[in-house]
Design a binder for this molecule. Structure first.
Ligand SMILES: NC(=O)c1ccc[n+]([C@@H]2O[C@H](COP(=O)([O-])OP(=O)(O)OC[C@H]3O[C@@H](n4cnc5c(N)ncnc54)[C@H](O)[C@@H]3O)[C@@H](O)[C@H]2O)c1
Length: 493
């Protein structure tokens, strides 16, 4: 394989360079003769590590391993039970619980890392790997907050690494079909977008747990401290680990963080959106007694409705009102969608509707079930033989992880890198848009004691956003949610 600059770790690059020149002197037999069809030379394999091997991490690392096309050299997880499958599949891989130690001890061996832990550790883990020159595949949402997303976007360029966010729908041909319809002028200029999800589907909007249950016997204090990582320390609770961390701001990013990057992806890509200019929201309340809503600033709300505004662009010469709703609240059928059609995807639980001056396009999660509606015309669907030109469709998850491994081998700036569907140049700003909704939701919960003991919610306003400078310009208190402080021992940059 023709290894290009920054395709593998510098020290391995050095090794391969010298072996390559030595081999050149003795070149006798072509590689395919040595290995036959399908033979992969050891030097053609990436050395991959994973951070987070349970949950989504299990499929991320398997898909990057690609049935042995690459090596899994290290596994990092704070929970040996959840990492069991990976440890059994790759018994020779070194096991770590602390990714900082793994990245430092194995910096000369690891080429690329999949990062699939809870949202609060994505930023710090990814930046630590990129600093060592390692390529990164980071689950969605790219980060826990806007500041981290901006830093990772710039970090990938600075460290010249190949990056991809784990919104696998980006590699789904259905998304490209929507792009093609829009580019062909089928729906004209868009001024209204609706995106919605049935998330949360985990405990959310519930009071912060006050009891302190015992940790499961396979976890210890040090494991838990590593789970907390850069976040504020909180005692163990099964409402945090595994999976349920999503509903708590200290770790997760709520319904928006869970589904926003899968759903907002389609309109963001099609309309080539940049930073929003305004955001406003309202959130669902919870009542366990009469008249007094629960006040749960630690937790994401059970439902929310957010409106972002985007200015006109060369691609779409109209301002856009971009509406998000979650918690099972969905928009209504636009006039052009027949009354008995589902909206978004089957069951209408998740979806996207883009309303233009000539027509309407809709789709579900990952851009699936793309549909085009125009006045007086039959609904159009994606033809079975539609060719999106996105490679590796025979691989799992539309080849999203696989394409990243191929690009890592080709190196930073290569054609394969440039054709990735969610490298940080794209997914960083998209994630910022998703997290802008959360910034508004968190501001909405800002409260102080008012007169006669009532809470005064002083953040319930429309927020004006200066995207270039990452700053809310009309409400200083909201800016505390742009980034976050880090615990001692953990740093982003
Ligand atoms: N793209 C998708 O379709 C998709 C689907 C599910 C989850 N996700 C994303 O994947 C990420 C993980 O979600 P999940 O549902 O798998 O969560 P999970 O809690 O089920 O699994 C997370 C794994 O990471 C491990 N972990 C936690 N902290 C760690 C640390 N500091 N270092 C190393 N390992 C650590 C856990 O022990 C566990 O094995 C999230 O960002 C989520 O949004 C993406």
């Amino acid at each position: 394989m023709n290894k290009k600059k920054n395709s593998v770790h510098p020290s391995r690059r050095g090794f391969m360079k010298s072996t390559a020149s030595a081999a050149a002197g003795f070149m006798i037999v072509p590689r395919h003769v040595l290995g036959g069809k399908g033979f992969i030379a050891p030097s053609d394999k990436l050395n991959i590590a994973c951070i987070g091997a349970g949950g989504k991490g299990w499929s991320d690392i398997r898909n990057a391993y690609a049935d042995g096309e690459n090596n899994v050299v290290a596994i990092c997880d704070i929970d040996t039970k959840l990492a069991k499958n990976a440890m059994e599949k790759w018994p020779k891989a070194k096991f770590y619980k602390d990714f900082r130690i793994m990245l430092s001890e194995m910096k000369d061996e690891i080429d690329a890392v999949t990062i699939s832990g809870p949202d609060h550790m994505h930023g710090v883990a990814a930046m630590s790997a990129m600093r060592e020159g390692m390529h990164v595949y980071v689950q969605k949402p790219l980060t826990h907050n806007i500041y981290e997303a901006r830093q990772l976007t710039e970090g990938a360029r600075k460290h010249k690494v190949v990056s991809q966010m784990g919104n696998q729908g980006a590699s789904n041909p259905a998304q490209q079909q929507l792009v093609d319809w829009y580019n062909a002028g089928e729906i004209g200029t868009v001024n209204e977008v609706h995106v919605w999800t049935n998330r949360p589907v985990w405990p959310q909007g519930i009071p912060f747990p006050s009891e302190k249950p015992e940790m499961p016997t396979h976890l210890n204090k040090e494991d838990w401290d590593l789970f907390i990582g850069p976040a504020e320390y909180m005692d163990y609770h099964p409402l945090f680990h595994p999976f349920k961390w999503r509903g708590w701001w200290n770790f997760g990013t709520g319904a928006l963080g869970d589904m926003g990057c899968h759903l907002i992806d389609s309109p963001f890509r099609i309309l080539e959106l940049g930073y929003p200019t305004e955001v406003e929201c309202s959130v669902g309340q919870v009542f366990t007694r009469d008249w007094v809503p629960e006040f749960i600033p630690e937790g994401c709300p059970p439902s929310a409705s957010v409106q972002l505004k985007f200015g006109a662009t060369e691609k779409n010469p109209s301002d856009i009102k971009f509406n998000w709703s979650d918690g099972g609240i969905r928009p209504f059928h636009p006039d052009l969608i027949p009354a008995d059609h589902f909206i978004g995807e089957e069951g209408s639980g998740n979806g996207v509707i883009m309303i233009g001056d000539k027509g309407v396009m809709s789709c579900g999660t990952y851009g699936r079930v793309p549909r085009l509606y125009k006045k007086g015309q039959e609904m159009v669907e994606m033809p079975d033989d539609y060719e999106a030109g996105i490679p590796y469709q025979d691989k799992p998850e539309s080849g999203h992880q696989y394409a990243w491994t191929k690009a890592c081998k080709e190196g930073f700036g290569s054609k394969a890198h440039q054709s990735l569907t969610s490298s940080f140049d794209y997914s960083g700003p998209m994630t910022e848009t998703v997290l802008m909704g959360n910034l508004a939701i968190r501001s909405y919960a800002l409260a102080k004691e008012g007169e006669s003991g009532r809470r005064d919610f002083f953040g319930r306003k429309k927020l004006i956003w200066d995207g270039d400078n990452m700053k809310v310009t009309n409400f200083e208190e909201a800016n505390q949610f742009v980034g976050r402080p880090y615990r001692d021992g953990w740093k982003l940059i």
